[in-house]
Ligand binder design. Sequence first.
Ligand SMILES: C[S@@+](CC[C@H](N)C(=O)[O-])C[C@H]1O[C@@H](n2cnc3c(N)ncnc32)[C@H](O)[C@@H]1O
Ligand SMILES: Nc1nc2[nH]cc(C(=O)O)c2c(=O)[nH]1
Ligand code: SF4
Ligand SMILES: [Mg+2]
Length: 259
Amino acid sequence: MPVNSTADPDASTETGGDAATLPINELFYSLQGEGTLAGMPSVFVRTSGCNLRCWFCDSYHTSWEPTHGAMTLDEIVADVESHEQAEHVVLTGGEPLVHEQSVELLERLDELGYHTTVETNGTIYRDAPIDLASISPKLASSTPTTERDPKGDGEWAERHEDRRIDIDALARLVDTYDSQLKFVVTGEADLPEIEGLLARVRDATSTTVADSDVLLMPEGVTREQLDDSRNAVADLATEYGYRYTPRLHVDLWNDAPGT
Ligand SMILES: C[S@@+](CC[C@H](N)C(=O)[O-])C[C@H]1O[C@@H](n2cnc3c(N)ncnc32)[C@H](O)[C@@H]1O
Ligand SMILES: Nc1nc2[nH]cc(C(=O)O)c2c(=O)[nH]1
Ligand code: SF4
Ligand SMILES: [Mg+2]
């Protein structure tokens, strides 16, 4: 369900008033397309607003040009519950953890017995009932340089670069929640950075981060783009001993909305 009205999703939102709300870009029922739960029927709750600007962002209308619709938590929960088969909810964005109200939504979903996955860029820690923290730290190859900026002239490059890795936030997420580290891979040149980052995370955590919790995901928003990228990423997973994750939803439905 696409949403349109007038809340401001650009900044993080504070709890206030009687009815808590979240800026919501869309809500839909599909199969989890990415990560260790790929194939799982899930309701997706996509918040609007992000603190980063990856040049390749497949959710452009939550980051570069965020939508401004809001829903109350009651409305979101009712929509989730209308999908009667679903036991899994994926909270994504945008960056869902910029919003303080995501915590209350996760608490309500947890009380109702849902398994919750949070798709996050790993730059923000929040204390919430999260069953799987699906962390996708952003590599240098995600930075919207002048040549790659989808909108302007590289205005976001410096801010993106400054914000994209926060080792303390990553370590806290990994230490607190069952987690997976899911890297968008644009080429072989990303691998040394992934290895260096993993070493820093392993150093900063008391939790064991197994190679089987590290996933390499091909960059691409269409089937045609993945046709060009997936085999090279699969080969890198084999070579380095990390896990490959497909983008099952793209393989199945290409870039159709609400999938
Ligand atoms: C739109 S993001 C929202 C959650 C959070 N902001 C994040 O980046 O993890 C959802 C997932 O899509 C991935 N993603 C975004 N654009 C992509 C692309 N062009 N190719 C492959 N994965 C992409 C992100 O890395 C993340 O794992
Ligand atoms: N089917 C499907 N699976 C997904 N897993 C993570 C997604 C996301 O955008 O966060 C996503 C998505 O957009 N669609
Ligand atoms: S962090 Fe996630 S939502 Fe934000 S720009 Fe990057 S891929 Fe898009
Ligand atoms: Mg997606």
